[in-house]
Design a binder for this molecule. Structure first.
Ligand SMILES: [Zn+2]
Length: 282
């Protein structure tokens, strides 16, 4: 099972940069989200694939036509928070307010319930598992925020499952579709999204995914935008991760999507026998 998802944010929503902390400066930047979304639709049309788009509430508020077009094209919407802040830097109260705001903003535009969520930067860690209780309270049915490996932001290396699971926490349960990895010499190799996807050659991505029962992808509109402005005051490591392999990424994605069947989250949800998946008690 391969699941196709995109986190809908603009090129400047990089978590390492000081500008990402305040929405006040975002409108000063050139927006590239419309053309970058068009590129993605073209790839999905060419390959006849449907995807789930985790959208920032801020994007929905600023560019409601983006939400309407995703729905018009037959894809589905989840929340990627409202203001793209790291969950482990938020209090439960602030997290709740932000998620609630994104859900309401998106629902008001598309007229559908928002029941899927992915945290910015996969920032659900073992320190903020309280977030599951709030997601549950706000009507989220499936979370896609667990990154079961080390990561500069977030990551949950002690979460050993890289397959659909039920997460159980403080009396509530939630369906979880975590990111997967391929194991080489006992080391988890993430390859299905972001900088990792852009870095690894296609033949490895194809080989690793063919040998995996479950693949959860995570792309961003900027992952395929070779002309995006380069933010100069990033660390060298972050610069590499943010901008490596941009020029070949669209072709790579189209090739991958042509060679395999991908599902959106709701179709995956219907196919998974949730009575048989592991229950992970947090
Ligand atoms: Zn994001």
């Amino acid at each position: 099972m391969n699941i196709l998802t995109f986190d809908v944010e603009d090129w400047f929503h990089l978590l390492d940069h000081k500008s990402t902390k305040s929405e006040k400066v975002w409108l000063n930047y050139e927006s590239r989200i419309h053309s970058n979304m068009e590129r993605i639709y073209k790839i999905l049309d060419n390959t006849n694939q449907k995807a789930t788009f985790f959208c920032l509430g801020w994007v929905a508020k600023t560019y409601p036509e983006i939400i309407r077009k995703i729905i018009d094209k037959g894809h589905e919407i989840g929340s990627h928070s409202h203001l793209h802040q790291l969950v482990y830097e938020q209090t439960p109260e602030i997290f709740k307010k932000d998620l609630e705001c994104s859900i309401k903003t998106i629902e008001d535009i598309c007229g559908q319930k928002v029941i899927y969520y992915r945290a910015p930067g996969f920032s659900i860690t073992k320190k903020n598992i309280w977030a599951f209780e709030i997601m549950h309270e706000l009507g989220i049915k499936i979370d896609c925020s667990i990154f079961p490996s080390k990561r500069s932001h977030g990551g949950f290396p002690s979460f050993k499952n890289q397959e659909p699971v039920i997460v159980s926490y403080n009396g509530i349960t939630l369906k979880e579709l975590p990111i997967n990895y391929y194991t080489i010499l006992n080391k988890p190799i993430i390859y299905s999204g972001g900088g990792y996807f852009r870095l690894f050659p296609y033949y490895l991505i194809n080989k690793w995914s063919k040998n995996s029962k479950y693949v959860m992808t995570y792309f961003h509109p900027r992952d395929f935008d070779k002309n995006q402005p380069i933010i100069s005051d990033l660390s060298l490591a972050r610069k590499f991760k943010s901008y490596v392999g941009l020029s070949g990424a669209a072709t790579k994605l189209e090739t991958w999507l042509n060679n395999d069947q991908f599902l959106d989250v709701s179709t995956a949800d219907q196919k998974i026998n949730w009575n048989e998946v592991p229950v992970v008690k947090l």
